[in-house]
Write a protein that binds this ligand. Structure first.
Ligand SMILES: Nc1ncnc2c1ncn2[C@@H]1O[C@H](COP(=O)(O)OP(=O)(O)OP(=O)(O)O)[C@@H](O)[C@H]1O
Ligand SMILES: [Mg+2]
Length: 352
């Protein structure tokens, strides 16, 4: 997939801008707080159908305005396509693909990108919800139907939590059955992804460490169930406890994954550098897996990560992404990569 151009209207601090990208490396450079990450956020919106920074539409619309619009033109599946997102402070946002208005579940998977940003370097150290989110977003790119499964699962979880507060056990039977089915499926899908992630990121970890480190990733479900009915029995058993807690204590919403280097848990034993290498490898693997599954390599977005990595890791990434389309943000124009399109960003103006 290749992003040709991006147009922004009233998006964050960018009143109006149009920027075209090249097939290879594109560098967005400029001082702090000028709008570089805002541009990455806009592009990434087409992948996640939400702000990767978790911002509401009101935060996104330029202060003082009530509407915003972002448009991308990209080549995918052998043809030029256009996607647009319209934001309105009074209404739900609207998604368009080639002129047709789509729901997020229909849109997801249409624009494939892999994003790497500094906060993610702590993925291994951070809470399990970040790791679940990382896996879920990646899987949505690979299998867009997973988005619907996840939405149904989340709604069922909310419904079960609400029902726990009542004495309606007959209805709870039905919801537990549904919950077990969906939760089991989410867990299985994630396990599958983690297996592939291990295979692909294992290669990078091995290369970065000069063959010294062997990576393994273990999916850790909140409850080990062989099938849905085992999970159902556990839910039934936990009803009283869950009602007291006010939430469902087992299920895919409590799962996690653990990363090991030479058999040792990286979260506990790994150095900061080893943890970063693992996350960097996850990102490169995510791009490889998406390329492998979808038949086209995704766009790679690197927000500020070069300044956070040492030169060895920087060089490793640079080597891996050569020949792919990449958009990098940086405070300096990264002279080390000479064959790059350089785009200057200043106070919401894009020059280049
Ligand atoms: N809705 C909005 N309306 C106007 N300005 C906004 C809005 N949201 C964010 N901004 C402004 O955008 C700027 C931040 O942009 P951004 O995060 O893209 O910076 P950056 O160039 O990536 O900087 P850094 O190098 O520090 O990461 C800030 O000045 C912020 O005040
Ligand atoms: Mg930034």
């Amino acid at each position: 997939m290749v992003l040709r151009s991006l147009e922004l209207k009233n998006f964050r601090n960018i009143r109006s801008a149009s920027v075209s990208f090249e097939d290879g490396v594109n560098i967005l450079y400029g001082n702090n707080a000028q709008g570089k990450t805002n541009i990455i956020e806009a592009i990434r919106f087409f992948t996640e159908c939400r702000s990767f920074r978790g911002a509401s539409d009101r935060d996104i619309i330029l202060s003082g305005e009530s509407k915003a619009e972002i448009t991308v033109v990209f080549d995918k599946d052998g043809r030029e396509q256009t996607a647009q997102i319209r934001f309105d402070s009074e209404k739900r946002r609207e998604l368009y693909l080639n002129g047709a208005k789509l729901a997020p579940k229909e849109f997801i998977g249409s624009f494939n990108s892999v994003l790497f940003y500094p906060e993610q370097l702590s993925l291994i150290k951070s809470g399990p919800e970040n790791r679940r989110r990382f896996a879920d977003i990646s899987i949505c790119q690979l299998r867009p139907v997973y988005y619907s499964l996840l939405s149904r699962f989340t709604r069922t979880l909310q419904q079960r939590n609400a029902l726990l507060k009542t004495d309606d056990t007959r209805t709870l039977d039905i919801w537990d059955e549904r919950f077990a089915k969906l939760s089991f499926l989410v867990t299985k899908t994630r396990e599958n992804f983690i297996d592939r992630l291990q295979t692909f990121s294992g290669i990078s970890v091995n290369e970065i460490s000069g063959g010294k480190e062997k990576l393994s990733i273990k999916y850790v479900p909140s409850f080990y169930a062989e099938n849905e009915s085992e999970l159902y029995s556990e839910l039934e058993k936990n009803r009283e406890k869950d009602a007291e807690l006010g939430y469902t204590s087992v299920g895919a919403h409590k799962d996690d994954f653990e990363t090991y280097l030479n058999g040792k848990n990286v979260k506990i034993y790994g150095s900061q550098g080893q943890q970063r290498s693992c996350v960097m490898s996850f990102k490169l693997a995510e791009a490889e897996i998406t390329g492998d599954t979808r038949g086209e390599y995704p766009l790679i977005l690197l927000d500020d990560v070069f300044s956070e990595l040492d030169s060895e890791r920087r060089n490793y990434i640079t080597g891996k992404i050569m020949g792919k389309q990449v958009i990098i943000t940086s405070c300096d124009p990264v002279t080390a990569i000479d064959k790059a399109k350089k785009i200057y960003v200043e106070a919401g103006n894009i020059i280049g």
